[in-house]
Design a binder for this molecule. Structure first.
Ligand SMILES: [Zn+2]
Length: 50
């Protein structure tokens, strides 16, 4: 009895996915994309430290 085809729940967003590895890669890419967007946004406004 093997259940290798059972969907796994993502520990981050609790989404059911067959390929958790690919899902995590999507997470990494999403987080990186947001980080880049925030960095560019802050750079555009100018580094105002306060
Ligand atoms: Zn997820």
């Amino acid at each position: 009895m093997e259940q290798s085809a059972a969907p796994m729940a993502c520990p981050d967003c609790h989404a059911l996915t067959d390929d958790l590895d690919a899902h995590e890669r999507w997470h990494t890419r999403l987080v990186r994309d947001i980080a880049v967007a925030v960095t560019q946004h802050e750079a555009a406004r100018g580094s105002r430290t306060g």
